[in-house]
Design a binder for this molecule. Structure first.
Ligand SMILES: *Cc1c(COP(=O)(O)O)cnc(C)c1O
Length: 386
């Protein structure tokens, strides 16, 4: 009986400390969350600037809904492409310094559609081993040859590129690695692309809004620009709304409009979301104080985490993982924090490599220094018990 089989698989997962489950939040995104009737100080949101519940975004969403209603009603290529979508695409392209941009419903769909539209059989995708799952799925779906290099190993990538002849070459990388928090060497990657006539796809889900001048993202952070770079970022993390976009040369965007299946065959996002995102872009551009506060919190956390039995990763971003190793030990540490009213998610394989289960601590400009102090005190207490 297939149902028994499924239950058996789940039981096996549970025995390995790998069962996934959800907790239901009943309050808006903020450092303090209500979960199952109890209040928790949370360090596991990607709302890096604290915009997800910003009064100006709520007002913009309400105005957008009052003017354009709720549903877009159809795909962009039919009757679902509405004025705020168009306006937002122009604003996003200008903000990240590209000629054109295209909105997707989610980052996952953007990656699937983009890779599949740009490469196929006979082409080769080169990918960092720690890339986000959506990029991994995108390469497989594209039917291109796939070559994965060790995390940020430029020498190995260069050798792989030299050995590859014929077909298009596309290098895919997270700009800020989602589970490690470190940044890809984008300038070196671009140099390799130029030497080997390859494209560079940069997934800036965790850099957009946070890094670079005025939060313009990782390309601005590294001071690089090239028509070879295809830039993607999500709008549900630092931007505090929902969705994603790709920014690139006009001919790339036109190709996506024609060939990206996850763009063509899906309903456009509600236009009111684009109205809210336009407001978010203004807050991001004016958000130097938020970003400076976030940097202060990162420094405070890293300093306070030294001397603990768990390994702190070399990250300068808002993603600060504490590697515990064993799955159950990571779950126990997360549970210990929860008993103290603090919520930090334990991240386990296959999201991270075997033996590197971790607490993924994420900071937000909405946190206070007192919040970080509370987390540090709890971790030092727990370190005594473990
Ligand atoms: C979150 C994330 C995505 C997916 O974006 P969604 O809009 O949440 O679907 C893609 N890439 C990376 C690196 C991410 O962290």
């Amino acid at each position: 009986m297939p149902l028994t089989e499924l239950q058996l698989q789940l039981d096996q997962r549970a025995a390995q400390g790998l069962l996934r489950s959800r907790r239901t939040v009943s309050s808006p995104q903020a450092p303090q969350l209500i979960v199952d009737g109890k209040s928790y100080l949370s360090f596991c949101s990607n709302d890096y600037l604290g915009l997800a519940n910003h009064p100006q975004l709520i007002a913009a969403l309400q105005q957008g809904a009052a003017h354009y209603g709720v549903g877009a009603g159809a795909a962009h290529l039919v009757s679902g492409h509405v004025a705020p979508h168009e306006q937002l695409e122009h604003a996003l392209a200008a903000f990240v310094g590209k000629p054109a941009a295209l909105l997707f419903s989610t980052g996952y769909m953007a990656n699937l559609g983009m890779v599949q539209a740009l490469v196929g059989r006979g082409d080769t995708v080169f990918a960092d081993k720690l890339n986000h799952a959506s990029l991994n799925d995108a390469m497989l779906l594209s039917r291109a040859n796939v070559k994965r290099y060790q995390h940020c190993d430029m020498a190995q990538l260069a050798a792989m590129l030299s050995r590859t002849t014929g077909g298009r070459k596309l290098i895919c990388t997270d700009a800020v690695f989602s589970m490690d928090g470190d940044m890809a060497p984008l300038a070196k990657l671009l140099t390799l692309c130029e030497a080997h006539d390859a494209w560079l796809l940069v997934d800036d889900a965790h850099g957009f809004g946070v890094s670079g001048c005025q939060g313009r993202g990782s390309l601005s952070h590294f001071g690089i620009a090239s028509p070879r770079i295809i830039y993607m970022a999500t709008l549900g993390k630092a931007a505090g709304v929902f969705g994603a976009f790709v920014a690139a040369e006009q001919v790339v965007i036109d190709t996506l409009i024609n060939n990206a299946r996850s763009y063509v065959y899906t309903t456009a996002t509600p236009p009111a979301l684009s109205v809210a995102t336009l407001q978010s872009l203004r807050l991001i551009a004016d958000g130097d104080e938020l970003r400076a506060h976030l940097q202060d919190l990162i420094a405070q956390l890293r300093e306070g985490l030294t001397g603990l039995p768990w390994q702190l990763m070399p990250s300068s971003t808002a993603i600060q993982p504490l590697v515990v190793g064993d799955n159950q030990a990571a779950l126990d540490l997360s549970a210990g924090l929860r008993e103290r009213g603090i919520w930090v998610a334990a991240i386990r394989p296959p999201t991270v490599p075997d033996g590197t289960a971790r607490l993924r601590i994420t900071l937000s400009a909405a946190h206070s220094t007192a919040d970080v102090t509370r987390l540090l005190e709890a971790l030092h207490e727990l370190a005594q018990e473990f």
